[in-house]
Ligand binder design. Structure first.
Ligand code: IPM
Ligand code: MG
Length: 355
């Protein structure tokens, strides 16, 4: 198969973790006889430095012209500590999601057999967890207008807004995923307080009869925040709005043992995007210590979701599991064992694929 992949390493540890995913993707291409072409673009703080724009048109053209986008991370402390900055790296990511029409962010949470004992949670709670969030990605308070400050600058406001159509298309993806899994869908909202959440709940209630094999539960986001840690096995597919999904998926990553492990896929249009859920981890940038597995597993999702190549996807997740079992891991999960470099983990995975 011919594959055109856009690479957007972004900021912080982004370039290092993307480099490992590229080694793995190339190895898979070689093994299975795929022709893979990479084109690289700038996004985030590095794009602001180079062009003044966190998502330059040139980058959008590369993404729009590709089959899939592999994205690293975005963000730089110099902007985090300057709330008055007019241009922010994160705007690049948001614009990219919006311009590419990526309205659904699929974020699985699962455990790895050889890591499960390292979870800060009790073994019986996390062993065998297998849940997936469908986070709405191009709506809600991230994009709602008006937003800003009053003239004196003493009041600030954001607007949370959802249309029925935005909820329907996300919810349908959740229902369909649940049908292929354990047939349980949880609608996460704050319908006891927010009008947008009441529209979510009402819309999901209307759709439910079309999926009679799926059991639907409705839970408030604060309760989910608690139960997700207390009893994560209670969940299968969770659907939720943009902000709730952002927060809960960071929380859920603790279940697997490290944020560096969790991949994601952003879907909704022809071009699909794959990215680890972690941030740019600026303290580690350039040190060759960051965990590349979230990005490598995002590449695995890419083979599956963007190209329908399940065997290639499985091979990647199998070698990732093998690296964990054999202790070829970075310092965040080494726990007393040898801490391997980011690049060593990537080399090891690529060699195993070809071996
Ligand atoms: C994520 C990140 C982004 C988000 C940031 C970097 C804008 O936290 O992908 O979860 O909030 O969506
Ligand atoms: Mg986040």
């Amino acid at each position: 198969m011919e594959m055109n992949i856009a690479l957007l390493p972004g900021d912080g540890i982004g370039p290092e973790v993307i480099a490992q995913a590229v080694k793995v993707v190339k190895a898979v291409g070689q093994k299975f006889g795929h022709t893979i072409t990479f084109k690289e673009g700038l996004v985030g703080a590095c794009a602001i430095d180079a062009t003044g724009d966190p998502y330059p048109d040139a980058t959008h053209e590369i993404c729009a012209g590709s089959d899939a986008v592999l994205f690293g991370a975005i963000g730089d402390p110099k902007y985090d500590n300057d709330p008055k900055a007019k241009v922010r790296p994160e705007q690049g990511l948001l614009r990219m999601r919006q311009k590419l029409g990526l309205f659904a962010n699929v974020r699985p949470t699962f455990t790895f057999p050889s890591l499960v004992h390292k979870s800060p949670l009790k073994l019986d709670r996390v062993d065998g967890v297998d849940l997936v969030f469908f986070r709405e990605l191009t709506g809600g308070v991230y994009f709602g207008e008006p937003r800003g400050r009053n003239e004196q600058g003493t009041k600030a406001f954001d607007t949370n807004v959802y249309s029925k159509e935005e909820i329907v298309r996300l919810a349908r993806m959740g229902f369909e995923a649940a049908q292929k899994r354990r047939k349980l869908l949880t609608c996460v909202d704050k319908a006891n307080v927010m009008a947008t959440s009441r529209l979510w709940r009402e819309t999901v209630q209307e759709l439910a009869p079309e999926y009679p094999d799926v059991k639907v539960e409705y839970e408030f986001v604060d309760a989910v925040a608690m139960r997700l840690i207390q009893w994560p096995k209670a969940y299968d597919v969770l659907i939720t709005e943009n902000l709730f999904g952002d927060i809960l998926t960071d929380e859920a990553s603790v279940i697997s043992g490290s944020m560096g492990l969790m991949p994601s896929a952003s879907l909704g249009s022809k071009v699909k995007l794959f990215e680890p859920i972690h941030g740019s981890y600026p303290q580690a940038a350039g040190k060759d210590i960051a965990n590349p597995l979230g990005t490598v597993l995002s590449a695995s999702m890419m083979f599956d979701y963007a190209f329908g190549l399940a065997e290639e996807a499985k091979l990647i997740s199998d070698v990732v599991n093998l690296s964990l079992a054999e202790g070829v891991v970075t310092e965040d999960i080494a726990e007393g064992g040898k801490a391997h470099k980011t690049s060593e983990v990537g080399d090891w995975l690529a060699a195993k694929i070809l071996g």
